[in-house]
Design a protein around this ligand. Sequence first.
Ligand code: PLP
Length: 405
Amino acid sequence: MDDHDDTRPATRLVALGRDARAGFDFVNPPLVRGSTVLHADVADMRSRVARRNAGGDGEDGTPAAYGIYGTPTHLAFYKALTALEGGHRSWAFPSGLTACTMAILAHVQQGDHVLIADSVYGPTRRFARDTLPRYGVQASFYDPRIGEQGRAAVEALFHDNTRLLFLESPGSLTFEMQDVPLLAQVARSRGAVSVIDNTWATPLYFQPLAHGVDMSVHAATKYIGGHSDLLMGTVTCNERAWPRMRETIHHYGLTTSPDDCWLALRGLRSMGARLAQHRATAEALIAWLKRQPEVERILYPADPGDPGHRLWKRDMSGASGLFGVVLQPGVAEARLHALIDGMRLFGRGYSWGGFESLLIPAAPERTVTPYAYAGRLFRIAAGLEDPADLLADLDAGFARLRSAT
Ligand SMILES: Cc1ncc(COP(=O)(O)O)c(C=O)c1O
């Protein structure tokens, strides 16, 4: 396969995965729907199964013996993602949450302990807190900014039975950046695998595996899909993490439809252009928001005033369009609701990464590190509308906030 690793990221988004077209001459891979694969003869049946049993998985050229192992459409998407992440193998799951939970389940067993960032996506937190103990696995949460206290503080998080570290950087509600290389390095030295929810940065702006993380997870539902018409998660593994992940995928029968992989691959093609606009719009909105007296602080690692800016600059090559806005402590909930309820262009929706702007109130759940600000928080996903129209919508929203009682 041509990894196009001599070209720049935007070119790779367009070029990767196109050599998996299976003799088909159109630009895009065929949409292959199918369960049954027909074999030439018994020898062919046996050889495909033997190659698969020996670890063959499609991305290495092993032809599929059955639809659950992926069609050429799946493979085209996996190959593109694996190359972007600089990984060994990738797989798609029915949702971002399934990708998070299965990446954990693949690597733990009864008696193990896992470490979860306190800033993690809420349903991942609840899975770790409420479901893992039913399988004899205990989770504890850690301060996402622990890296600032140095290596010894990170080391102290690990118990003898800690098998997995789950990072999310930045957190998708509170936006703390983590010292990913340090955390991954300590996990590795303690014999634990590490996994990161990389959804905010996308595979374009951060390659966690190059920083020592074993698995990179995406809610492809967000920027990869990009059009709010897809639910999908992905996991990309290095060679160390893949065998257990692969076994779990096949033992649980985890698969997605080829139609969804086709949409995800189509999303990748335009992701670079979309992200550039998402960020430019986010920055225009942030510049305006900072001038409003009711705004105490913006949570966006690409902003020079953000506490995570140094790590963002060190590790990431770009930023997406999701950020938090902390209001002054005195701004009452009813005023925030007045702002949100009357928005014309910003939708009230629990997602992000689509073409449409969204604005929601946020109430972060925490276990070991309380939410750091006294004021109320809302979150904006900057979409692809004209920024001037979004600013007018926000301006009217702040007028409502001021006049509400
Ligand atoms: C950071 C993050 N990870 C994972 C997910 C889960 O993705 P999905 O909605 O596809 O399950 C979300 C969804 O909002 C998210 O924000």
